[in-house]
Design a protein around this ligand. Structure first.
Ligand code: ADP
Ligand code: ADP
Length: 228
């Protein structure tokens, strides 16, 4: 089944600047892929159309076969529950512990405290931060902070995980570690879409790669093509 489909999607911002131009692609359930391209190519815009912080000018975005144009008002928040988002700057709450940051999306869903504590513990173990649950984000390294951001995004078991330059602030070794986490961490069946301008890093992951250039989808590289 397709989790996400872009069908001839274009996006113009006010002032007439074209950020995306007739972009079409399909993402299967459980698939992991990257979107790459230089700064300004349209990567962030593409992700924003998925979590509905922007709307297409033309074309349709389908999420689990549903046209996102029809998702409006209060339904936007419900849609976002199915999409986990990881930011470059991770956007952690500085005055809350690591565990509280990861617990937040579950609290908002009204889960019971006992269940929340259990799930947070499991996810923090899996990102290697079991021992740092009570630390404040500022007491962690940049790589650890990004791990918390990823834990927070997957703790709700979303159908799709999207990340915008999640390794932008990290050195190459840490970046590779974080990308490996995106591969290993989500539940089976979760699709993962990671935007990164770092084509070299992305290619080493041997996954499908969408390449944007000035808003156009100019390549859709399959893992088989990266075999060498
Ligand atoms: P990337 O993430 O690949 O760097 P973006 O999607 O951020 O690309 O931007 C694509 C293009 O759209 C760029 O030229 C950028 O300046 C422009 N852009 C992005 N957001 C806006 C906005 N809110 N208003 C006007 N132009 C924008
Ligand atoms: P984000 O925090 O979502 O990554 P950015 O840092 O890309 O957002 O941009 C911050 C804000 O500025 C966003 O609302 C984005 O749409 C807007 N923006 C980005 N590029 C431009 C641009 N060239 N002109 C006007 N607004 C822009």
């Amino acid at each position: 089944m397709s989790v996400l489909r872009f069908d001839n999607v274009s996006k113009q911002y006010g002032g007439g600047h074209t950020a995306l131009s007739e972009v079409s692609f399909d993402v299967a359930a459980g698939e992991m892929l990257f979107v790459t391209g230089h700064s300004g190519a349209g990567k962030s815009t593409l992700l924003k159309l998925i979590h509905l912080s922007e709307r297409p000018s033309r074309g349709t975005v389908l999420f689990r076969e549903k046209n996102l144009l029809k998702v409006r008002g209060g339904k936007v928040a419900l849609h976002r529950r199915n999409v986990g988002v990881v930011y470059q700057d991770h956007r952690l709450l500085a005055d809350r512990s690591v565990a509280d940051n990861v617990a937040l999306p579950l609290l908002l869903r009204g889960l019971r405290r006992g269940d929340i504590a259990k799930r947070v513990r499991v996810v923090l173990e899996r990102v290697g931060l079991g021992a740092r649950a009570n630390a404040l984000p500022t007491q962690l390294s940049a790589g650890e902070q990004q791990r918390v951001g990823i834990a927070r995004a997957v703790v709700t078991e979303p159908a799709l995980l999207v990340a915008d330059e999640p390794t932008g602030n990290l050195d190459p070794t840490l970046s590779a570690e974080i990308l490996a986490l995106f591969e290993s961490l989500p539940e089976r069946g979760t699709s993962v879409l990671v935007a990164s301008h770092d084509l070299g890093l992305v290619k080493r992951m041997r996954k499908r790669v969408l390449v944007l250039n000035q808003g156009r989808l100019v390549d859709d590289i399959r893992p088989e093509e990266l075999a060498e």
